[in-house]
Design a protein around this ligand. Structure first.
Ligand code: PMV
Length: 309
C-alpha cells in the first residue's frame, strides 16, 4: 500500500514566546505544504527527504508511532518527501513533516487516528527531538486555517473569519528557534528580568485575546494596531533584530495597518497586514530595505491524505 499525506506550513500571527509560558497565541496555516509518501515494502527502511533539514523528525515519528501502536509488521517502509517551501523561512517544515508522516502511517496501519490523537503524538515527537516548544506549529499543520492555541494544546480553537490580508517578508537570516527560546529562558531565570518578562507575557496575552475578537470581526485596522503593540513587546524581550524592525517600519510607512515579526525572532519572517490598494507599495518598501517577499496565503487547509493505492 502507498499513502501520500500533505501538511501545511505555518506563520505565527500573535503571541510568540508568551505561548511557551502558558499564554495563548494565534497561528495560521500557510499555502506552502510538505508532502510525505509512504509505501510498504517487503523489508528494510529508507528515507528520501532532500528538502527536509532534519530527518530526525521522520525517524522519531516512525519509532514513537510503532511503539505507541504496537506495530509489529515485518514489512519495511519507503518514505519520500516533497516540499514546496524552503526550510529557511521558518514555516515549520519539521512540524508539517511530522504531522504528514503520522497521518500517512495512521492510514497505512488502518488506525483512523483523530486530530487530537495526532496532536498528542506530534507534540511528543516534537519535544523528543527539539526539547522546547509550545506545539502551536503541530496544531496548525493538523487543523489548518487560523487556530487560537494555548501551550501544549490546552486549547485548540479553530477561528472562522475572512481571508486575512497578509504580506510576508523574509529577512534573509535563518533563525534557530530552539536556541532563541532557550536563551530567552536563561534571561528570564535572572530575577531582575523575570518580573518584567511576566508582565510582558501578560500584556501579549491580552493583545492576543483582543486580536482574536478583531480577527473574527475582520477589523483589520484594529488588528494592525495590536500587531504593532505586540512587536514593541517582542523588541523589549530582545528577540527582534534591526533588519526585522526596519522591515516592519518600512511596511507601516508604506501604509500597512500593522506589522510584526512572526515566530521566534532573530531572523526568519515578518508579516504586515495590508489593504489590496496598499499591497504593492508595502511589498516594494519591504524589498527596498532588503527583505524578500514570500508569496504564500494564510488559512490553508490542514493535513490531508491525497492518494491511497
Ligand atoms: O520560529 P517559529 O516560527 O517556529 O516560532 C516559534 C514560536 C515560539 O513561541 C517562540 C516557540 C513555540 O514553540 O511556541
Amino acid at each position: 500500500m502507498k499513502v501520500i499525506a500533505s501538511a501545511p506550513g505555518k506563520l505565527m500571527i500573535f503571541g510568540e514566546h508568551a505561548v511557551v509560558y502558558q499564554r495563548p497565541c494565534l497561528v495560521t496555516a500557510v499555502s506552502s505544504r510538505i508532502e510525505v509518501e509512504i509505501e510498504e515494502i517487503n523489508s528494510g527502511f529508507s528515507i528520501n527527504a532532500p528538502q527536509v533539514k532534519d530527518v530526525r523528525f521522520i525517524e522519531e515519528t516512525i519509532k514513537v508511532f510503532k511503539e505507541r501502536y504496537k506495530i509489529s509488521s515485518a514489512k519495511g517502509l519507503l518514505i519520500k518527501t516533497k516540499s514546496d517551501f524552503s526550510s529557511l523561512y521558518g514555516f515549520g517544515s519539521s512540524s508539517a513533516v511530522t504531522v504528514a508522516t503520522i497521518t500517512a502511517l495512521s492510514k497505512i496501519y488502518d488506525l483512523n487516528l483523530t486530530k487530537e490523537e495526532i496532536f498528542k503524538l506530534g507534540y511528543q515527537i516534537n519535544l523528543n527531538v527539539q526539547k522546547v516548544g509550545s506545539g502551536f506549529d503541530i496544531a496548525a499543520a493538523i487543523f489548518g486555517g487560523i487556530v487560537y492555541f494555548v501551550t501544549g494544546g490546552q486549547v485548540i480553537e479553530p477561528i472562522k473569519t475572512k481571508k486575512i490580508p497578509l504580506v510576508v517578508g523574509y529577512s534573509g537570516v535563518k533563525a534557530d528557534t530552539p536556541k532563541i527560546v532557550q536563551e530567552l529562558k536563561k534571561k528570564i531565570d535572572n530575577k531582575f528580568f523575570k518580573k518584567r518578562a511576566d508582565e510582558i507575557f501578560d500584556e501579549i496575552k491580552n493583545l492576543t485575546q483582543s486580536a482574536k475578537e478583531k480577527l473574527i470581526k475582520a477589523d483589520w485596522l484594529s488588528l494592525g494596531l495590536l500587531m504593532n503593540k505586540n512587536q514593541s513587546l517582542l523588541t523589549e524581550l530582545g528577540v527582534s533584530t534591526k533588519k526585522l524592525d526596519y522591515m516592519c517600519q518600512a511596511a507601516i510607512k508604506a501604509g500597512a495597518w500593522g506589522a510584526k515579526l512572526s515566530g521566534a525572532g532573530g531572523g526568519d519572517c515578518m508579516i504586515a497586514l495590508v489593504s489590496d490598494e496598499k499591497r504593492k507599495l508595502v511589498e516594494e518598501a519591504i524589498t527596498q530595505v532588503g527583505g524578500q517577499i514570500i508569496n504564500v496565503s494564510a488559512q490553508a487547509e490542514g493535513v490531508r491524505v491525497k492518494i491511497k493505492i
